[in-house]
Write a protein that binds this ligand. Structure first.
Ligand code: GLV
Length: 312
């Protein structure tokens, strides 16, 4: 089978993916990065990492689009994305564990006030702040997909009082799980720390705006590990400046890379990460891709398919 590899990769990243995929793909499958017209006509699967819009047009035999990214919002926004071709997102337990580690670090740093101590070090100031137990810190996890579920579980195992919210009903051991729009305001009002892991859809775009910030506990922390477009950035800055929010840990931004002049870079109450909360691990992700390609070869059901109407 001929397979297209398309994405916005750094050169070293593309080499790493080529090596990992070549080692994992079914025998006889061929990976092409710059196919000519005759080769495009034979391509049956595309492995993609946010490819430039239109990259998947003109592939008449395409039977599977496999994303190397967990979130497929950018792919779905491409008007040239072939309709009717199954689209699978990346679901890799190694990525979910990495996400759980990042969330745990951010929640620990907020709960134990390590970001406040970092600010004090800049002054410099030697001053002990009040210390609370983990079970006294209410953490709300928004989104209970693979990533949100792993995060909620890890935080609960570390003793936090975790509540989680999802659009549809879901369960996680040791976590108070709520669903539906009506449950969200009370959950947010009760949380010391909110961790966002929602998929980006029309319903969740701009969710974190001035109104939602005003519903949150005064001084609460926000950890956004999902998509920048979930947050109205000007409203977040206003909420931080007013003390309504205490600190924000942001891995994702409306514009990436975050422009050098953006206020987040230098804001004392913002911690910026360059979209690294859970990088796709080429070694484990290549095995996930190979499982789906084997399924395609054998005519078995494909895994991790996206519901395009739902958006994830
Ligand atoms: C990262 O943001 C991903 O969607 O994989």
């Amino acid at each position: 089978m001929d397979i297209l590899l398309a994405g916005s990769f750094y050169a070293a990243e593309e080499d790493e993916w080529r090596r990992a995929l070549a080692a994992a793909l079914p025998a006889g499958d061929r990976l092409l990065t710059a196919p000519d017209a005759a080769q495009r006509a034979r391509i049956e699967a595309a492995i993609v990492a946010n490819p430039p819009p239109g990259s998947l047009q003109g592939l008449p035999r395409l039977k599977l689009i496999q994303s190397l990214w967990a979130g497929v919002d950018r792919l779905l926004a491409d008007p040239g994305l072939p309709r009717g071709v199954p689209l699978a997102r990346m679901v890799d337990p190694a990525m979910s564990e990495a996400m759980a580690e990042t969330a745990l670090w951010a929640v620990l740093a907020l709960h134990r006030r390590f970001f406040d101590y970092a600010r004090q070090q800049c002054e410099p100031r030697w001053h002990a702040l009040a210390q609370r137990r983990a079970d006294e810190a209410h953490v709300a996890v928004l989104g209970l997909g693979q990533m949100g579920g792993s995060v909620a579980r890890r935080l609960a195992l570390n003793g936090y009082a975790v509540s989680a919210w999802s659009v549809r009903e879901a369960w996680v051991d040791g976590v108070r799980c709520l669903h539906g729009d009506a449950a969200l305001p009370a959950l947010l009002a009760d949380a010391d720390i909110v961790v966002n892991l929602l998929p980006l859809t029309d319903a969740t775009r701009g969710l974190f705006d001035a109104r939602v910030f005003s519903q949150m506990r005064r001084g609460a922390g926000l950890v956004n590990l999902a998509r920048g477009a979930h947050v109205v950035e000007a409203d977040l800055l206003a909420a931080l400046d007013a003390g309504q929010l205490g600190h924000a840990v942001l891995d994702v931004f409306a514009q990436e890379p975050l422009p050098a002049e953006h206020a987040f870079w230098r804001h004392p109450r913002v911690t910026v990460l360059p979209h690294v909360a859970a990088l796709t691990d080429a070694r484990s992700a290549a095995r996930v891709v190979a499982q789906n390609l084997h399924a395609l070869h054998d005519g078995r059901p494909l895994m991790h398919l996206v519901d395009r109407a739902r958006g994830y």
